[in-house]
Design a protein around this ligand. Structure first.
Ligand code: FAD
Length: 318
């Protein structure tokens, strides 16, 4: 079933959903099940699975030089989606990115998903590879998420890349896209970032999932600003608890978001790992309660190694 159908069916009641990352190469899928098994008591209607493209690493060779190699550290998105649907009977939402795919690769990936009865996809551009400096699309690849949305919409209309395919079987993908309550870091300004988001919706995207935020005001303002420019699709807030000492700096650096002063001060003063978890959990719990009280479509938790902490938060909210 489509994410938007679940949201419509809920008739304003807030749902719960989760995002998981494929395990590092060499690890078993059990890591995913260990994350999700305890969260199933909340009956999430859908679970997102992230996609991780290849990264460049430098390996020292026998003669002392460094060799640049591309490796994929977290493959398996499609397989994990199939395993989730099979094990839990819950819909999986694979993330699909532009980076590393030409349009033919994208079409073939969507055909695989369609054959597996995966009818949801989160369409993203992806980030630049570490040593590229800026995002570089593949030759014949999609440059922006909107181009990927358009390709999926084309397939939903039965139009495949090969013009010789007449009356191609239409796919039936529900398309989510990313939104940034604190602006995407590359956008020249907030207004232009919102215009790009509106363009993704006008191109056929069905709903939005937000970047994480630690201050609900960012989300509420974002929703209002979206509504003001005519974006009328569901906007699902993505959140996570702050749990580890290094995240105080790594989250702002990686996700380009702010940690509110009150949370950051309290968190930095904490003396133990347990105290930090307590502070971060309490903050996330209050965020969750306020968002649910405001009637958000779903509380979408980024699990990121914190499934047990999230389970305890969810227990108090749902
Ligand atoms: P876009 O919507 O294409 O926007 C990228 C930038 O280009 C923005 O600054 C935008 O303002 C600008 N822009 C867009 N269209 C145009 C245009 N036509 N003309 C000019 N400028 C334009 N990354 C992964 O690699 N794997 C994942 O699984 C993953 N999951 C994510 C899930 C969520 C909920 C979120 C919020 C992000 C996720 N990301 C993931 C990260 C995402 O790929 C990056 O944030 C990426 O930098 C932007 O992706 P996007 O889809 O928002 O891009």
């Amino acid at each position: 079933m489509k994410v938007t159908d679940y949201l419509a069916q809920a008739k304003g009641e807030t749902l719960i959903s989760f995002e998981v990352l494929p395990p590092l190469k060499g690890h078993s899928i059990e890591a995913i099940f260990e994350t999700l098994d305890p969260l199933m008591e909340f009956k999430p209607p859908f679970i997102d699975v992230t996609y991780h493209r290849e990264e460049y690493i430098y390996k020292k060779t026998a003669n002392g030089f460094y060799e640049k190699t591309a490796i994929r550290k977290r493959p398996g998105t499609v397989g994990i989606c199939a395993a989730i649907m099979n094990r839990y009977g819950v819909d999986a939402v694979p993330h699909l990115i532009c980076g590393g795919f030409n349009r033919e690769d994208t079409e073939n990936a969507l055909i695989d998903l369609n054959f597996l009865n995966v009818n949801n996809v989160l369409a993203l551009r992806g980030d630049a590879r570490k040593f590229d400096g800026k995002f570089i699309p593949e030759p014949e690849g999609n440059q922006y998420a909107i181009d990927l949305v358009k390709q999926i919409v084309d397939m939903n209309n039965g139009n495949y890349l090969d013009p010789d395919i007449n009356q191609g079987k239409p796919t039936n993908f529900c398309i989510g896209v990313a939104g940034y309550p604190e602006k995407h870091f590359e956008a020249p300004n907030y207004e232009m970032d919102l215009e790009v988001l509106k363009a993704k919706i006008d191109a056929g995207a069905d709903y939005i999932v937000t970047q994480m935020f630690f201050d609900n005001k960012h989300y509420f303002d974002f929703v209002k600003n979206c509504r003001d420019i005519g974006i009328d699709v569901p906007i699902i807030p993505g959140i996570k608890p702050l749990t580890r000492e290094y995240q105080l700096n790594s989250i702002p650096r990686i996700f380009h978001i702010d940690i509110p002063t009150e949370l950051a001060r309290e968190f930095s003063k904490a003396k133990t790992a347990a105290a930090r978890v307590q502070i971060g959990s309490e903050w996330c719990l209050q965020q969750s309660k306020e968002l649910k009280a405001a009637g958000v479509p779903s509380l979408h938790y980024y699990t990121m190694g914190d499934a047990e902490i999230i389970r305890k938060i969810a227990e108090e909210v749902f």
